[in-house]
Design a protein around this ligand. Structure first.
Ligand SMILES: [Zn+2]
Length: 250
């Protein structure tokens, strides 16, 4: 008789599930909608009932999600006939980005996954982007360039917005969702390490190149531009990757 093989839990690469935190999944879905521009400043959210039905959680769970979003200054609630929950900023605070949903990955692993997904999304965007999509991206690169001179968080926000716009232009829901989760996890990790040194002029330059490549709709140019974007950002993460793969913090 064959011997049974008992597989160790660690071999299955399991990740933690916190069943009491379903509201965080609701928060993340709304954060994703805001970050990719489906919800904009001034928009009213669906009702609690509608959100509960669409996400198959209870109304109190949705209520808890709205409370968290309100506490972080993302939405405001108004009572009465004209009431409801309104989005008051598209600048989602770092604290609401999540690295949940999988085991904790090393930053190098996240950066590698991001690079492949973003390359695919850029290639798809080159095939599928409308003039409107490209116009939105041009506007964001202009905002990024202007933000390079300001010492606040708007620079990172416009950098991310540009990548979400590529995700939207690619018209691939599933890849765009993975992109969102990976970008969030990277932002959380970098925040934990307090790593925000970057050469802003170079960042602006790499985004201009990536935009021009997508506009050219030429796959070779896109591969070159994404390689360039990710070799420069991966370079700045190199020392951090060292830290995690040595088992220091992971
Ligand atoms: Zn970027």
């Amino acid at each position: 008789m064959a011997e049974f093989n008992r597989v160790a839990p660690s071999a299955l690469r399991l990740y933690e599930i916190d069943g009491a935190r379903a509201h965080e999944e609701v928060v993340d879905q709304i954060v994703f909608a805001i970050r990719r521009g489906l919800l904009q400043k001034g928009d009213r959210l669906p009702t609690i009932e509608e959100l509960a039905e669409a996400t198959t959680v209870s109304k109190p769970v949705v209520g808890e999600a709205v409370r968290v979003l309100r506490e972080h200054g993302v939405v405001a609630s108004k009572r009465g006939v004209k009431g409801g929950v309104t989005v008051i900023t598209d600048d989602v605070p770092m604290k609401l980005l999540t690295s949940r949903g999988w085991r904790k990955a090393a930053l190098t692993e996240l950066v590698e996954a991001r690079r492949h997904i973003e390359t695919m999304l850029s290639l798809l965007a080159a095939e599928r982007a409308t003039e409107e999509d490209l116009g939105d991206m041009r506007k964001t690169v202009e905002l990024l360039e202007a933000a390079a001179l300001r010492p606040d968080s708007s620079f990172l926000r416009f950098d991310h917005r540009f990548h979400y716009q590529i995700g939207r232009a690619a018209r691939s829901e599933m890849l765009a969702f993975f992109q969102h989760r990976i970008l969030s996890a990277i932002a959380v990790a970098l925040h934990e390490y307090g790593l925000f040194h970057e050469d802003r002029d170079q960042v602006v330059e790499t985004h201009k190149k990536l935009l021009a490549a997508i506009e050219s709709r030429d796959p070779d140019q896109i591969r070159k531009a994404t390689d360039h974007h990710f070799s420069t950002s991966a370079g700045s993460f190199a020392s951090i990757g060292q830290l995690t793969s040595d088992g220091g913090t992971d």
